[in-house]
Write a protein that binds this ligand. Structure first.
Ligand SMILES: Cc1ncc(CO)c(N)n1
Length: 221
């Protein structure tokens, strides 16, 4: 089993927990509250800014154009495409997208963003890739499962969100998995352990992020 296959296996219970979180289940049932949708978009817009910066910091650690191009694709995806699922949530909630920009980060989004940025700034290339991997991987899993559950129903109010994440990122994720597997082959057991821990924490933070949106988590003081 490759390093990333091992990671995916270890994270299986977390992927399950995420899929069965009420945020995702109510999204599937078209009953998710307007407040949760708005809180999610406000926080995710800022989180994705941190992800762009994370990818940029990771790019500074690359040694080939091929590697740089893959991270560049990831940045372009956020800048040019990932506003579509946000627009879907805004349309359902009946609010304008631009109105939701400029929010300060709630505790879970703050922690997740800082973890990625700090790892990309001071960690190894493998650590930077590992901490940022749950982000696309978890969403691909959710998107595919939801797409199957709704049987591709275009009239589902969250069809744009579901079809976006269910389809678009797979080739790029597979390239990243191959890349991380190659890095792991050349790393010591200690370095692999650090990548593993960061990946698992990233998965936990994906759960926390949906939970934060669902409960509209804010700083209590
Ligand atoms: C928190 C979070 N994780 C993953 C994605 C998918 O890119 C996203 N938009 N937001």
């Amino acid at each position: 089993m490759s390093f990333t296959q091992d990671l995916r296996k270890e994270a299986e219970p977390l992927f399950e927990k995420i899929y069965y979180h009420p945020f995702i289940q109510e999204l599937k049932d078209e009953t998710l509250s307007k407040e949760a949708l708005i809180h999610y978009v406000k926080q995710d817009y800022e989180y994705l800014n941190a992800m762009i910066q994370t990818r940029a910091l990771t790019m500074a650690k690359c040694s080939s154009r091929k590697e740089m191009a893959l991270l560049n694709e990831g940045i372009s995806f956020i800048l040019n495409d990932e506003s579509h699922p946000h627009h879907n949530f805004c349309d359902v909630a009946g609010v304008g997208y631009e109105e939701l920009h400029g929010e300060s980060l709630a505790p879970a989004a703050h922690h997740y963003s800082q973890l990625m940025l700090q790892t990309a700034a001071s960690g190894t290339l493998g650590e930077a890739l590992a901490v940022a991997l749950p982000c696309p991987w978890v969403y691909l899993d959710i998107g595919k499962r939801l797409y199957e559950e709704i049987q591709g129903n275009k009239r589902h109010i969250f069809y744009p969100w579901i079809s976006f994440y269910g389809a678009q990122e797979e080739p790029r994720i597979n390239k990243t998995l191959e890349w991380l597997d190659k890095i792991a082959e050349q790393s010591t057991a200690k370095e692999c352990e650090s990548m593993r821990k960061l990946f698992m924490t990233g998965c936990r933070m994906e759960y926390m992020f949906f939970d934060m949106a669902y409960t509209q988590q804010k700083w209590p003081v």
